[in-house]
Design a protein around this ligand. Structure first.
Ligand code: UGA
Length: 431
């Protein structure tokens, strides 16, 4: 098939690269010239393990193209995938400016029948808006709109796409249904075929449900602490029940990233506009906001409320491992508090330091974990990178001033920490 992908962010680039790897001819378009220049050299503008090899391979094999020229890119395409950003507006709603601009450009350049598919996460009803905008500009040219939400995770985006658990296809015509089913055939046999509004809602419901699981287990963790129970065992015990499942029951300092915070507040706003007060998701957001400060409280207990002049080593800045994404990362809220209390904060992250310095003022970073923890009064773990899970605790004990670890991601066993004689505080466990 011939596919045009508009937007080379996470969703657009990964989808484009994967569809081309399956043998389709894919042209990715972006208005950002510097991004396109990089991509044409085989370099990725996003950090995603393995993606550059995929880009290079498909460029070399002549199936993958990058351009800033939408008109040319869509000329021969049967399918146009819209994968531009839908950032959060101040009032919590999703901002559709980029989507609307793309729909207008597509309408202006439409010469023959195409299926215009929205991959971006968009409020229920956006498919109709896109159809209306394109119709306004396309004259008599026939086209279909469709919704095909994306469920990939940052850090494992290529794996998630090539091994997708389901494809959700929201359509208005049989022609569009058949073509999109054909496109997804090599990826999954679980195809959920529905109308556009339902497909749009599936995306929000899925992300809000996953966020709910996280806030739920974090509240269980908070109660476990008060009662002397261990949340990791509680989660294990719950997870064997197939109706519950063991995924997304890892207690910690809550979720971040570009999706859950934005999509939960968009769902609340969508419901509100429809006249419904979505109480559960509002509480999920509130619990998540408070949860990230647990490490600050625990650090203060460990250092007897006196952070002034103390060297605090932050391990992990990105919102989760295997990404350099700092959007809504707990570190962005936690670090300024410690700095304001007079602590000397030194941070290390395997890949996110540069991005972190753009969003956290006066952030001191190091090139290695060892430098960050040298003469440290306390280590605070904010992201569960493998490098931290595998740290040599004997070496750590030798480098630090005080053997204090505040673990926001529960990466160590309590027994090990007791054996190594560390002061160790984690989330929802006996410490
Ligand atoms: C999430 C969804 O998992 C994807 O299915 C979806 O496509 C994507 O949003 C999106 O809408 O684009 P992502 O934000 O990349 O993907 O990251 P996740 O791996 O889902 O993690 C989200 C956050 O939840 C992270 O901050 C992580 O630390 C936290 N989390 C996750 C927990 O605190 N506990 C858990 O048990 C699982």
């Amino acid at each position: 098939m011939d596919i045009c992908v508009v937007g080379t962010g996470y969703v657009g680039l990964v989808s484009g690269v994967c569809f081309s790897d399956l043998g389709n001819r894919v042209t990715c378009v972006d208005v950002d010239e510097s991004k396109i220049k990089k991509l044409l050299e085989g370099k990725s503008p996003i950090y995603e393990p393995g993606i550059e090899d995929f880009i290079q391979k498909n460029l070399n094999e002549g199936r993958l193209f990058f351009t800033t020229d939408l008109k040319k890119a869509m000329e021969s395409a049967q399918i146009i995938l819209i994968a531009v950003g839908t950032p959060r507006k101040q009032n919590g709603e999703a901002d559709l400016t980029y989507i609307e601009n793309v729909a207008e450009s597509i309408g202006q350049n439409l010469q023959d029948y195409k299926i215009i598919v929205t991959k971006s996460t968009v409020p229920v009803g956006t498919g109709k808006i896109i159809k209306e905008i394109i119709s306004r500009h396309a004259g008599d040219v026939k086209f279909d709109v469709a919704s095909n939400p994306e469920f990939l995770r940052e850090g494992s985006a290529i794996y998630d796409t090539l091994n997708m658990e389901r494809a959700v296809i929201g359509v208005e015509s049989e022609k569009a249904a058949n073509l999109l089913k054909e496109l997804h055939k090599p990826l999954t046999s679980n195809i959920v075929l529905t109308d556009i509004e339902t497909a749009e809602m599936i995306k929000y419901a899925s992300n809000a449900f996953l966020a709910t699981k996280i806030s739920f287990i974090n509240e269980i963790a908070n109660v476990c602490e008060l009662l002397g129970a261990d949340v990791t065992k509680v989660a294990e015990g719950m997870g064997y029940d197939k109706r519950i499942g063991n995924a997304f029951l890892q207690a910690g300092i809550g979720y971040g990233g570009s999706c859950f915070p934005k999509d939960t507040s968009a769902l609340v706003a969508i419901a509100e506009q429809a006249g419904y007060d979505f109480r559960i998701v509002k509480d999920v957001e509130q619990v998540n906001k408070e949860q990230r400060f647990k490490v600050v409280d625990k650090l203060k207990v460990a250092l007897k409320n006196d952070l002034k002049g103390k060297k605090i080593s932050i391990l992990g800045l990105a919102f989760k491992p295997n990404t350099d994404d700092m959007r809504d990362a707990p570190s962005v809220d936690v670090i300024p508090i410690l700095q304001n209390e007079g602590a000397e904060v030194v941070a290390y992250d395997p890949v996110a330091s540069e991005n972190a310095q753009k969003v956290i003022p006066n952030l001191q970073v190091t090139d290695t974990m060892q430098e960050a923890i040298l003469n440290s009064d306390a280590i605070v773990i904010l992201t569960e990178w493998n490098e931290f899970k595998e740290m040599d605790l004997t070496e750590v004990a030798r480098l630090v001033k005080q053997k204090i670890i505040i673990d926001g991601r529960n990466i160590f066993s309590i027994e090990k920490m007791e054996y190594m004689k560390f002061y160790y505080a984690s989330i929802g466990r006996k410490t």
